[in-house]
Design a binder for this molecule. Structure first.
Ligand SMILES: *[C@@H]1O[C@H](CO)[C@@H](O)[C@H](O)[C@H]1NC(C)=O
Ligand SMILES: *[C@@H]1O[C@H](CO)[C@@H](O)[C@H](O)[C@H]1NC(C)=O
Length: 304
């Protein structure tokens, strides 16, 4: 358990695309952070950032607070449409699509058993910015699937000025019963585009392409609070680093595959248990467990 908590507090920051290479350029400029350190002004700056955070803006990235739910799941709010319709979603690096329940979800005779029943449902008729796509969508997670049809609308990250126009999203008409027990409305994928001809651009990549963010990176900071629900339980920073919560030294790890956020592990160490091997792992903000070969996980569990 402790190992999980450690992971939950771990800040990860990975570069999108291949710009890691450009970072190594010898003509590299001093970053704002380094300059502030050199001038002895970093504390002053961090204080200013904390203040500006209240309005969701900072000079380096767009900041969104997320709710820590029992250190088990982390949720953020988004809106779709104009006027805005609000949804609570998992900000999930382990998938690449955005979907929310559609107003037609659960409106048939199966209403009493529908997983959509207590959720916010998107109504395209009240949105001025909605455009129809109409193609079918279906997405499977480890826990169950969601299906319906696709549409386009303006997506905004709650509490920020970051709004992505013309975002493809799924209007779910059917949800697996797993979702009935979850307090979330939908899921926002922060993974990479699927490699199919008709694949939609995931929201953050769409934001990058529309020139809405300073840098093509986002930073995840998840807090550890224990049981309970904490609305300020973590921070997602879009378009920049998180200078308040990131350490001074940032190590860049190349992705081995850009589908999930997948990278090489040299080994694992928990207390006195060490394993060294060339595994590949994914970093998944939408999962609440450490998965791996049983023989290793059992040894970790035994010392945790
Ligand atoms: C999301 O919205 C709900 C309802 O307005 C609110 O109670 C909750 O605190 C919000 N959470 C975050 C992290 O913004
Ligand atoms: C909206 O996005 C789709 C693909 O995601 C694209 O085909 C279409 O041209 C875009 N429309 C506008 C108005 O930008």
């Amino acid at each position: 358990m402790q190992y999980f908590l450690l992971l939950a507090q771990f800040i990860f920051l990975i570069s999108l695309s291949n710009c890691v290479v450009h970072k190594m350029s010898i003509a590299r400029r001093e970053t704002l952070r380094e300059e502030l350190y050199r001038l002895g002004k970093i504390r002053e700056y961090a204080k200013l950032l904390t203040q500006t955070r209240l309005t969701g803006e900072s000079s380096e990235g767009t900041v969104q607070h997320v709710t820590d739910f029992h250190d088990f799941a982390y949720f953020g709010n988004i809106t779709l449409g104009d006027p805005q319709q609000q949804f609570l979603v998992v900000l999930d690096t382990g998938s690449s699509s955005l979907w929310v329940p559609d107003t037609s979800c659960g409106s048939n005779s199966f209403l009493s058993t529908s997983a959509c029943r207590h959720k916010h449902r998107y109504n395209s008729k009240t949105s001025k910015t909605y455009r129809k796509d109409g193609r079918f969508f279906s997405i499977r997670y480890g826990t169950g699937s969601a299906m319906g049809f696709l549409g386009f609308d303006t997506l905004c990250f709650w509490g920020t000025s970051l709004c992505v126009k013309n975002q493809t999203f799924g209007q779910a008409t059917m949800l697996a019963s797993f979702f009935a027990r979850q307090s979330i409305d939908g899921i926002l994928g922060l993974g990479f585009p699927l490699r199919t001809a008709d694949a939609a651009l995931p929201p953050f990549i769409n934001a990058v392409q529309q020139g809405l963010v300073e840098k093509p990176i986002f930073t995840v900071y998840l807090e550890h609070h224990g049981p309970g629900s904490y609305p300020n339980g973590g921070i997602f920073t879009y378009g920049g680093e998180d200078p308040e919560n990131c350490g001074d030294v940032i190590k860049w790890q190349p992705l081995t595959r850009a589908a999930y956020w997948q990278f090489k592990l040299d080994g694992i160490e928990v207390k006195n248990v060490h394993f060294r091997d060339n595994w590949e792992a994914i970093s998944d903000t939408g999962s609440s467990f450490i998965g791996g070969p049983a023989i290793i996980i059992e040894k970790i569990a035994a010392v945790s």
